[in-house]
Design a protein around this ligand. Structure first.
Ligand code: HEM
Length: 527
């Protein structure tokens, strides 16, 4: 209780300070145009009305006109917003050394959160990222295909059973059904254990996972405050996440790691913990360059002469546990939402669903399972998922923290050390210069022809550069498998409760499907 009281006093004081302290014209002294967004999203709007921070990005993006960047302030904090795609590429990739960190979102004093990749900084981040990267390559995700297949088959069998019991079709709570699949995938592919969430959506595993991603009003306020005043959260030791859920998963992971490291559990597992143990022992082969996509090549960390380090030293038990927890913190909600929003889009666009079903039908094996390489050949599936990620990017904005004064001689862009640089993904994804029918769901935005004519940095759902999403491949294979299993076995249709058009929610900077989204599943008579 005392924690709440302290927090309340703090919040009141800080809001007062934010409202009445002025840093107007902060960017003027650097010769940078400043756009005032306070009337679009004020500090009060954020804390009291839970208003979406990305609205300010969109406003500044539009007002900027032909400018390549601008300065602005958010809850009193000066930040820079980039519009020009070449400048974005430069900051995120070529001159990455000036922008290695991001705003410390997860600097939670009480937990393994601070050791997770998204919150690590500087050399520690570099070391852990290099050590963990080999566990996410094509070869390693291919090893997990067996898991995606067995969970997918179990999922479909359960849904068919429910439909049969209802005498035909079923109306589902989409998030609940999808979470059953994604939690089971994480259980099997990270923890190496069955969670039972497909049959029992109220299992402990499902309950704990839901607690981690739940974004109630109070949590949104805490997260927002932690963005502005991370130091205070550290001093007062205020946890951002549900500690019960954290401890639950941490306990299971610690046990699993102990068993693998001691050799009590044989290395015949294909799960992530096993891969980390192999990486620690130096037994994990690094993928050759030919295995990498453009996205992954952009992400490669440059190590200068003499900068080669022993990656294994970074893989302490604490770090390995933290990276496994990342699947829940960074991978669970994002992937579930991609699957949920794709199901929604397919239900609302039956023509797209039919076309996708025909494509999937060409690769499903006689026994109903899927092959890793075949999944990669599904051109239309890629187009559909990309369009969903364009319209509903998991993160409305990317951020980087400038770690040393930066000046770009070409554009005159200047970022002082310590400043935040924002890439307004949601605004870029809805820019008609890049996507002709930006307001409409149209997978043709990602046809070969349209892709070839567009700057690739206009589509950044997984970020870009060395700090991009390390789990992209895992998330895409998992999502493709889920959608392939679904369209092959069911027709998805809207119900009266399905909002058309979609009404997404925003929590801090996350873009989320609405609560209680419902759809109808009608079984297809495919043997
Ligand atoms: C559809 C699913 C997903 C989406 C849309 C997504 C999106 C993103 C985005 C936008 C970023 C920030 C990138 C940047 O700043 O350039 C990110 C970072 C990250 N994601 Fe994902 N993600 C997804 C799934 C996953 C999964 C399954 C994992 C599993 C481990 C994961 C792990 C991470 C990590 C560790 C980072 C931080 C990387 C670093 O700082 O080095 N993500 N993700």
């Amino acid at each position: 209780m005392w924690l709440q009281i302290v927090l309340f006093v703090l919040v009141t004081f800080l809001i007062y300070k934010l409202l009445f302290s002025s840093k107007k014209d902060y960017w003027k002294k650097y010769g940078i145009r400043e756009i005032d967004t306070s009337h679009v999203v004020s500090t009060l709007d954020v804390f009291i009305r839970g208003k979406n921070l990305a609205l300010a990005d969109k406003y500044a993006y539009d007002v900027m006109g032909g400018d390549k960047f601008c300065g602005t302030r958010e809850m009193g904090i000066p930040r820079l917003i980039l519009k020009d795609l070449d400048l974005i590429k430069k900051i995120m990739i070529k001159d990455f050394d000036y922008f290695t960190d991001r705003r410390n979102f997860f600097d939670d004093p009480n937990s393994a959160l601070k050791k997770m990749l998204p919150s690590l900084e500087g050399d520690e981040w570099k070391g852990v990222r290099s050590a963990v990267s080999p566990t996410f390559t094509t070869g390693k995700i291919r090893r997990m295909m067996e898991i995606f297949n067995s969970v997918g088959e179990e999922w479909i069998a359960e849904l068919k059973k429910r439909a049969k019991a209802k005498g035909g079709s079923i109306e589902i709570d989409v998030a609940e059904v999808v979470n059953g699949f994604t939690v089971e995938v994480i259980g099997s592919s990270v923890f190496g254990m069955k969670t039972g969430t497909i049959q029992n959506p109220n299992s402990v595993f499902a309950e704990m996972a839901a607690k981690i991603v739940a974004m109630g009003k109070w949590k949104v306020v805490k997260f927002t405050l932690s963005l502005v005043f991370p130091g205070l959260f550290k001093i007062f030791r205020i946890p951002l996440m549900d500690m019960g859920a954290m401890n639950f998963f941490q306990g299971i992971l610690e046990q699993g790691l102990k068993e693998r490291l001691s050799g009590r559990m044989k290395g015949d597992k294909n799960d992530f913990l096993q891969l980390l143990v192999e990486a620690k022992k130096g037994e994990l082969k690094t993928a050759g360059n030919d295995e990498l996509s453009e996205f992954e090549k952009d992400a490669q960390l440059k190590t200068g002469a003499g900068e080669e380090f022993d990656k294994k030293q970074y893989l302490t038990d604490e770090v390995m546990i933290a990276q496994s927890l990342v699947f829940f913190f960074a991978g669970f909600g994002t992937t579930s939402n991609l699957i949920v929003l794709t199901m929604y889009s397919l239900a609302v666009h039956q023509d797209v669903q039919d076309k996708l079903r025909r494509e999937v039908g060409t690769i499903v094996k006689k026994n109903g399972s899927l092959d890793y390489d075949d999944l990669g050949k599904l051109v239309y599936m890629d187009m559909v998922l990309n369009e969903v990620l364009r319209m509903f990017p998991a993160a409305a904005r990317l951020e980087r923290k400038c770690v040393k004064d930066y000046k770009d001689p070409v554009t005159g862009f200047f970022a002082p050390k310590g400043s935040f640089v924002c890439i307004p993904i949601e605004a870029i994804h809805s820019d008609k210069r890049y996507f002709a029918n930006a307001d409409k769901f149209d997978p043709e935005h990602f046809s070969q022809e349209n892709k070839a004519g567009r700057n690739p940095y206009a589509f950044l759902p997984f970020g870009t550069g060395p700090r991009n999403c390390i789990g992209m491949r895992f998330a895409l294979v998992e999502s493709k498998a889920a959608i392939a299993y679904l369209v092959h076995n069911f027709r998805m249709e809207p119900t009266e409760k399905t909002p058309i058009p979609m009404q997404t929610k925003h929590a801090v900077l996350q873009v989320l499907p609405p609560d209680d989204l419902g759809l109808k599943l009608i079984p297809l008579n495919i043997k």
